[in-house]
Design a protein around this ligand. Sequence first.
Ligand SMILES: Cc1cc2nc3c(=O)[nH]c(=O)nc-3n(C[C@H](O)[C@H](O)[C@H](O)COP(=O)(O)OP(=O)(O)OC[C@H]3O[C@@H](n4cnc5c(N)ncnc54)[C@H](O)[C@@H]3O)c2cc1C
Length: 194
Amino acid sequence: MPEPTSSTGDNKSLPPGMVLGPDGKPCKICTAFRNWKPADTPKRGQDGSKPAPGIAATMAAMAAGGGAAVSQPDSDVRPEYCPPDVEQLGRATWTFLHTTAAYYPEKPTQNQRANMLTLLRSLPVLYPCSHCASHLDTNIRENPPDVSGRIALSRWLCERHNDVNVRLGKPEFDCSIKKTDERWKDGPSDGSCD
Ligand SMILES: Cc1cc2nc3c(=O)[nH]c(=O)nc-3n(C[C@H](O)[C@H](O)[C@H](O)COP(=O)(O)OP(=O)(O)OC[C@H]3O[C@@H](n4cnc5c(N)ncnc54)[C@H](O)[C@@H]3O)c2cc1C
């Protein structure tokens, strides 16, 4: 699969950060929403007739006592009925995967191991963000999934997530079972999530 192209400021026809898909066209599910349209492009409402104010802009205006009359849409925030961008899809997928790993059995049956392997090996084939899928494919080939039990699986998944974090310039997560369980199963010891 060809590497995606992220446009730069040199390309006047595409907003910076727009990612092109394998077909050379702008790839919506590969791109963060804030990079999908130039900031000064008004977004349209659900009926396609007029620009819709973003949630943050609406809430800010209401907090300021101005009701919902907002003149300028918030270019980074979309209404909840909009399709996901690469970041929303990523957060939802990581939530599903880490939570599933956290609740995976300590001693899985052969059938559970086989199903987990199928799930993980399906991701590079089916994940809609093509360049994410391509990187994941390479990553899984180099680091085969450890489905022997929930501690090993949680660590393996945490490390794969960290590989993406590093590639995106984000901080790495502590992959000890204490920290992954705290984040995805038990919540912090201060009880703030109980
Ligand atoms: C398989 C896959 C591949 C992806 N590839 C790309 C890509 O190539 N390019 C791209 O732009 N985006 C990619 N994404 C999306 C990207 O990883 C993020 O989901 C997205 O940028 C949103 O990031 P975020 O900072 O909100 O937190 P996320 O990275 O989505 O993390 C969600 C939460 O998980 C926790 N967390 C963070 N790291 C770890 C870890 N290592 N282990 C356990 N928990 C952790 C944190 O509490 C964090 O708030 C990919 C997503 C997936 C699922």
